[in-house]
Write a protein of this length. Structure first.
Length: 459
């Protein structure tokens, strides 16, 4: 697949400061952090003091979504503003072997890409080339999994890492979805080894702080995609001991969450210490739901129920976003791209596919989002193979899931039934039919790859 995105952007001056310099951008994305994996979303048994403080300084989104229930598609969507369906990056890399049909199923997962092609113009490329941003990447990339070599005999994978996608600096990013270990020696090829026993989130925070200090004159775009809280579940002993005394099902996992919070807190404090907080917009979210439980939400990572796709979301932008505000407007990963373009004084390129919508007017209290619906497409089996292949449309309070294997649908009122326990298809058949048709039209317009029934081998 090839994406030709080479249009010339136009300069917009509505967001740029009087001095002519756009704000710094800190884009933080946790890995596998579920909606209920933070104290500020109601989990009283977890301590996330730094994120709690951060949320009070900006706007919290109670219905924020990841673009997919697994990591690689969400990351590609954030970098491009395009849906996983449009990109054909619809599963975690490398995913299962093509044509694989799990036991008891009839369909194989859709064709997919396992990497972000260089032809796809990233957010980092636009900010760097058109707005003069220094660009840094720290953490998990997972967008470069391509086997084989090019004509020169060079492996494809290193050439698909962040430095080839618009980032001046890459610390920790390569094709793997999780680190071999969270304690040094890490054995991550793009991260210089630290002293034995060093904790990875602490190290990545230090790298972020170092980048911010070097680029304090700005503007900078720092992407901090923490490896936490992805498997392997490892945390400092003092935090594990702390949560062993609490009523949590998985003390090491709870400890890992606080360890992540601690690392983010250090990075946020560095903005304060350097006097940069007021000149920096900070976004915090996650790439998909938790590997474990998700509190009142149904299911988990790899599923199209809320536990797989609804995630923590908050944005802080001093002087632009009201502190302590909250929005129940549904937003999604693809909104990051157009939002940060507008923040930097840039516009989407005419003719370039874009599935997100800028949140800036809503953040500033100047208008609501124009779209009516959000869409999701997950036509592949997650690592656990327990999910059903399907698509989702959410419009207003209602969410419809279309399962591709038997053409069945489920309809839920997410305001009255956030746990998705009562299927309303029989009581609202007309709405279900309307939403199903809307989803089908979106899939067609997106060129979405679909699951298929493999041809039987001739006997």
């Amino acid at each position: 697949m090839k994406l030709k995105l080479t249009f010339l952007g136009l300069l917009c001056t509505t967001i740029v400061s009087n001095a002519g310099k756009p704000p710094n951008i800190l884009l933080i994305m946790a890995d596998d952090l579920g909606w209920f994996d933070v104290h500020f979303n109601g989990n009283k048994h977890l301590d996330t003091p730094n994120l709690d403080r951060f949320v009070k300084q900006g706007m919290l989104f109670s219905h924020g979504y990841a673009a997919a229930p697994v990591c690689t598609p969400t990351r590609a969507a954030m970098m491009t503003g395009m849906s996983p369906a449009r990109l054909a990056i619809t599963n975690h890399a490398p995913g299962h072997k093509d044509g694989m049909v799990p036991e008891g199923r009839t369909q194989a997962g859709a064709e997919k890409l396992t990497y972000l092609p260089l032809e796809a113009e990233t957010l980092a490329e636009r900010l760097k080339n058109e707005a003069g941003y220094a660009t840094g990447f720290v953490g998990k990339w997972h967008l470069s999994h391509r086997k084989g070599k090019n004509e020169a005999g060079e492996k494809y994978e290193p050439g698909l890492r962040p430095k080839s996608q618009g980032f001046d600096v890459n610390i920790g990013g390569y094709d793997r979805g999780g680190p071999p270990t969270y304690f040094a020696p890490y054995k991550i090829p793009t991260l210089k080894e630290g002293p034995e026993g060093e904790y990875l989130p602490d190290r990545l925070a230090t790298e972020c702080i170092d980048f911010i200090q070097k680029q304090k004159e700005g503007p900078f775009f720092l992407t901090f995609w923490n490896y936490s809280v992805h498997y392997p579940i490892e945390a400092p002993e003092d935090l594990i001991e702390k949560y062993q005394k609490r009523p949590v099902e998985n003390a090491p996992y709870a400890a890992m969450i606080e360890g992540m919070d601690r690392s983010i807190g250090r990075v946020l404090k560095s903005l304060d210490d350097l006097g940069l907080a007021d000149d920096t917009i900070v976004i915090f979210t996650s790439d998909n739901g938790s590997l474990f439980g998700n509190g009142p939400l149904r299911a988990n990572k790899g599923h199209l129920y809320e536990g797989g796709i609804r995630v923590p979301w908050a944005i802080r932008w001093p002087g632009k976003v009201k502190a302590g505000s909250c929005s129940d407007t549904p937003i999604i990963t693809t909104d990051t791209f157009p939002s940060l373009l507008e923040v930097a004084g840039l516009e989407p390129k005419e003719g370039t596919p874009l599935d997100g919508e800028s949140l800036v007017p809503m953040l500033q209290g100047k208008g609501a989002l124009q779209r009516k619906s959000l869409f999701f497409h997950y036509p592949n089996y997650a690592f656990h193979k327990r999910n059903r292949l399907g698509g989702v449309v959410r419009r207003g309070n209602y969410k419809l899931i279309h399962f591709y294997d038997d053409d069945s649908v489920e309809l839920y009122d997410l305001i009255g039934d956030q746990g998705e326990k009562k299927n309303l298809v029989e009581t609202k058949p007309e709405l279900a039919a309307e939403l199903k048709a809307e989803l089908a039209q979106w899939l067609k317009e997106s060129g979405a790859k679909m699951p298929f029934v493999p041809a039987k081998e001739s006997e």
